[in-house]
Design a protein around this ligand. Structure first.
Ligand SMILES: [Zn+2]
Length: 277
């Protein structure tokens, strides 16, 4: 009798475990399915230029991207091994500008909330105007015109400005407008204008200003007004982005994660966009 009850218990317990386990698996499975990247529903666009010897840096940067080989080849133990050491100024290639770059009490690279670096994106396309005028600055009127076509830009949107400039990458003279080493006084490329930046940062409360040129201020700027407007509100910049032509005006989700440099004023950035098919 005892052994019968025992075996009965055992079967019931097993059945219950199976049911609970099954329920758990089904729940996790459906959650994963909802969260998974579905290649049929979304394509992934890489917004980052590769880091290499040709990576474009600000003319006054004291060094460039350096990848030093530490090991590459077969070991005495018979397995393959490869490793490198890297060094780079923070502000070169596709990178983040942390607010502290232009505001003494602004957030450092590691302090920016991750939620601020991922979310819905809009792409404002001024490539035709920038193509006709390489010193073009996005105006307040351009933003209003964008909104009348695509709807008001919601708070916490990542704003990306498409000038078409990444077609010049990595030709420094074409990209920056001048390739004199150590001299940043003759640069020429398009970007945000101050009034557009104020509208986006102060009135629309956007989370990020990104651009496919070397700076969120245009090349001729000497006072970096846009950087200061953004930094004052703890809005980071994303610079030297690419592939913005592959994104819709709205509908993409952008994830822009920089290297987590403690106390850093910026740093190398891997940014991607998820675009509904
Ligand atoms: Zn920068």
């Amino acid at each position: 009798m005892g052994s019968l009850l025992q075996s009965c218990d055992c079967v019931e317990v097993r059945a219950m475990k199976w049911m609970v386990g099954g329920l758990f698996l089904v729940t996790v499975g459906s959650l994963l399915a909802e969260q998974a990247l579905d290649p049929a529903a979304q394509r992934v666009v890489d917004l980052t230029h590769p880091f290499n010897a040709k990576t474009v840096y600000w003319p006054t940067a004291p060094s460039r991207f350096v990848l030093e080989q530490l090991a590459h080849g077969p070991t005495p133990e018979g397995y393959f091994y490869s490793a490198y050491s890297l060094s780079t100024p923070e502000h070169g290639g596709t990178h983040l500008d942390a607010p502290v770059h232009f505001a003494a009490d602004g957030r450092t690279a590691d302090e920016i909330p991750l939620q601020q670096l991922m979310g819905p994106a809009v792409v404002i396309d001024v490539s035709a105007r920038a193509g006709a005028d390489r010193d073009y600055r996005l105006s307040r009127e351009d933003v209003i015109a964008f909104e009348s076509r695509h709807g008001r830009i919601a708070p916490r949107t990542l704003v990306l400005l498409r000038t078409g400039w990444s077609r010049h990458w990595p030709d420094v003279k074409a990209y920056l407008g001048d390739d004199t080493p150590g001299d940043a006084s003759k640069l020429s490329f398009p970007s945000y204008g101050e009034d557009a930046a104020k509208l986006l940062v102060e009135e629309r409360d956007v989370s990020v200003l990104g651009v496919d040129t070397a700076s969120i201020d245009y090349g001729r700027s000497t006072d970096f007004r846009v950087h200061r407007v953004a930094a004052a509100r703890n809005v980071p910049g994303l610079e030297n982005l690419t592939n913005l032509d592959q994104l819709p005006a709205r509908g993409a989700t952008v994830i822009a994660l920089p290297m987590k440099i403690e106390g850093g004023s910026g740093g190398p950035l891997r940014a991607v966009a998820l675009v509904p098919r």
